[in-house]
Design a protein around this ligand. Structure first.
Ligand code: AMP
Ligand code: MG
Length: 335
């Protein structure tokens, strides 16, 4: 049922390889459509990904508007346009921002610039029972442990170099596996028979994946691919779980929320589940469709910001490739 009282927001995501647009109200996702860029060879090329987004923006927006129409909504019901302003690949962000500006001007509704990382958190809080969790956000480009404190999502720990997904994808590419590598590594790891020693890099509350990925590639010269995939996962996930656990101990929070594309990994979920059980705290994993990049999370954070009148002008709607989650005051918080 589409509510006819609360705000209705159209959101567009396109920070990296997924172009996705959705319309949501406060109850649920009304419609969503996604076009995924798949590099023919190698990894994500920023210019080609942005060209993909430019080619698919028209069809994706047309699709959600037409599906919304079938659900009894017209463009005049849309209260604002939200878009992922950053962090992400510059060319992709600029393409999405251009489309969002055009929609905002043509529908004569406000524009909302959304922080992509916070959108992952808020969609998780929306779609699970999580209230005030320590968040482990693990995606292609991002790896962060966050928690709310004094009007911000504070970053308690993060990668010092590349995101865990990119580290997995880079290793997988070197091993001759096609992008995205994460799911293939998970599959191969299931048939491993032994552990291969690899670096374990946690510095303070931060972690690093670049050296681990390189060491895994080198280990392939002497070890089986399955064993290296398993060992890479074990080390990388243990690093993440260690930092997440320390953030839990420090903040005293009693729940953990997982988000981002790498969060789909069963072994990572299992390790976090064990840690949470041992501490007697709750562990929340959203449905798969809300873990990777999706338009609904942008539209939903847009809705929370809409309620606080957090709008931006066209002039302020520039791409922010390095936009940090702790740069944004969380004005909509209700614990
Ligand atoms: P995102 O940037 O949030 O869309 O996530 C994309 C990243 O998630 C890519 O680097 C994928 O390799 C990674 N990924 C997706 N599924 C899995 C999985 N089952 N295990 C590990 N990594 C995964
Ligand atoms: Mg993401």
């Amino acid at each position: 049922m589409v509510s006819n009282s609360g705000p209705i927001i159209l959101g567009i995501e396109g920070t990296a390889w997924n172009l996705s647009a959705a319309i949501v109200d406060e109850n649920d996702v009304i419609v969503e459509s996604t076009a995924t860029y798949k590099p023919p060879v190698g990894g994500i090329h920023p210019r080609e990904a942005s060209q993909h987004h430019a080619d698919h923006l028209g069809p994706v927006i047309t699709k959600i508007l037409s599906d919304a129409h079938d659900r009894g909504l017209t463009t005049s019901d849309i209260d604002a346009i939200a878009f992922s302003q950053g962090p992400g690949l510059g060319p992709c962000l600029r393409t999405v921002a251009t489309a969002a500006r055009a929609l905002s001007l043509s529908l004569n509704v406000p524009l909302i610039g959304v922080n992509h990382c916070i959108a992952h958190i808020e969609v998780g809080r929306w779609k699970t029972d999580a209230m005030d969790p320590v968040v482990l956000y693990v995606s292609g480009a991002n790896s962060q442990v966050l928690a709310y404190r004094k009007e911000r999502y504070r970053v308690f720990g993060e990668t010092l170099d590349i995101g865990i997904g990119n580290a997995f994808d880079k290793f997988a590419r070197g091993a001759g596996l096609q992008h995205p590598g994460g799911p293939k590594i998970e599959e191969l790891a299931r048939s491993a028979t032994s552990y291969v020693p690899l670096p374990y890099i946690v510095k303070g509350m931060d972690f690093s994946f670049s050296g681990l990925s390189t060491a895994a590639s080198v280990a392939l010269q002497t070890s089986l691919l399955e064993d290296v995939c398993f060992s890479l996962q074990e080390n990388a996930f243990a690093m993440l779980v260690e930092v997440t656990e320390r953030a839990v101990a420090h903040t005293g929070k009693d729940e953990v929320l997982l988000g981002g594309g790498v969060g789909a990994n069963q072994r990572l979920q299992e390790m976090l589940d064990i840690m949470c059980n041992e501490r007697g705290i709750r562990f929340h994993v959203p449905e798969r469709r809300f873990m990777g990049d999706n338009g609904s999370m942008i539209a939903y954070l847009g809705l929370l910001m809409y309620r606080q009148n957090t709008f931006i002008s066209i002039k302020e709607s520039y791409a922010m490739p390095n936009y940090r989650p702790d740069d944004t005051p969380v004005t909509w918080w209700q614990g």
